[in-house]
Design a binder for this molecule. Structure first.
Ligand SMILES: [Zn+2]
Length: 163
């Protein structure tokens, strides 16, 4: 399962809620976990493998979560700027301002509602993956000038890879 990259329309769509955790959903979750591990990522959202559904996986600091229909229920007022990248915009990163603490609620594969509190990188990964479910990318959070230069850098690195 390939990870979709910048320019793929699925990355810009608002993902649909999951109605029922059936075999199809379980298979999607397996594919997401595989893709995340293979890419050495801290998280992945279903749109990144071309599936417009509200599912995210997280793997940060020994915390591993598969969440269906996650909702960001709390974010701290306090923010911090940390350099951030995305498996769908490979090869580039930029400092992004995000809440230092966040709380997610969602459903596990067993159908239980869970609440996950995160700080630092976990809080950041939560907010990053939630952006994906809304059709947003980390570069949307940069200033226009910064975004332009990041995209230029990204396109240059892609050309070198193809070349
Ligand atoms: Zn991402």
């Amino acid at each position: 399962m390939d990870i979709r990259t910048y320019g793929d329309p699925t990355l810009r769509r608002r993902a649909a809620p999951v109605e029922e955790i059936d075999n199809e959903i379980l298979t999607i979750c397996e594919q997401m976990v595989e893709a995340m591990i293979r890419a050495n990522g801290a998280g992945l959202a279903a749109p990144q493998i071309g599936i417009s559904k509200q599912i995210i996986v997280l793997d940060v600091d020994g915390q591993f979560h598969v969440l269906i229909n996650p909702r960001l229920v709390e974010t701290s007022e306090e923010t911090e700027q940390i350099s951030e990248g995305c498996l769908s915009v490979p090869g580039v990163d930029a400092p992004v301002d995000r809440a230092t603490r966040a709380v997610l609620e969602g459903t596990t594969l067993e159908g239980e509602t869970v609440r996950i509190e995160g700080e630092g990188i976990l809080a950041r990964a939560m907010q990053h993956e939630m952006d994906h479910l809304n059709g947003n990318l980390f570069l949307d959070r940069l200033s226009p000038a910064r975004r332009r230069s990041l995209l230029k850098e990204y396109q240059r690195s892609r050309r070198e890879e193809d070349g």
